[in-house]
Ligand binder design. Sequence first.
Ligand code: VLZ
Length: 134
Amino acid sequence: MPVDFSGTWNLVSNDNFEGYMVALGIDFATRKIAKMLKPQKVIKQDGDMLSIHTTSTFRDYMLQFKIGEEFEEDNKGLDNRKCKSLVTWDNDKLVCVQIGEKKNRGWTHWLEGDDLHLELRCENQVCKQVFKRA
Ligand code: VLZ
């Protein structure tokens, strides 16, 4: 296992979350609330098993998966579109491909110094988030 993402992480920057939400078709009122949020991620990594719990004052999103094994993702509370998701290692980066209605959908996590980085992709939009340990 090249990297351990386990820990509690607080959002410190969020570049183009608006564009990402527009690409996902999130409505205006929800976007207005969501872009003010400072979500926290609680990540538990145990071998190939991962859980990523994103929490905020508005909505939470829980993801559990095994690296290398495709799973159904419901995106409940986000855009609610189901997709087939697969998370794999690309060197020290954890890459998720979310196959479904939206083109080029997925995300990548990696560590840089003490920070957790996340790139969220949908269609032609890229959101870049940085988290620091709580
Ligand atoms: O993260 O796909 O860490 O799922 C934002 C919740 C959660 C706030 C964003 C409410 C999840 C938003 C991003 C309302 C529209 C994501 C993955 C990588 C794990």
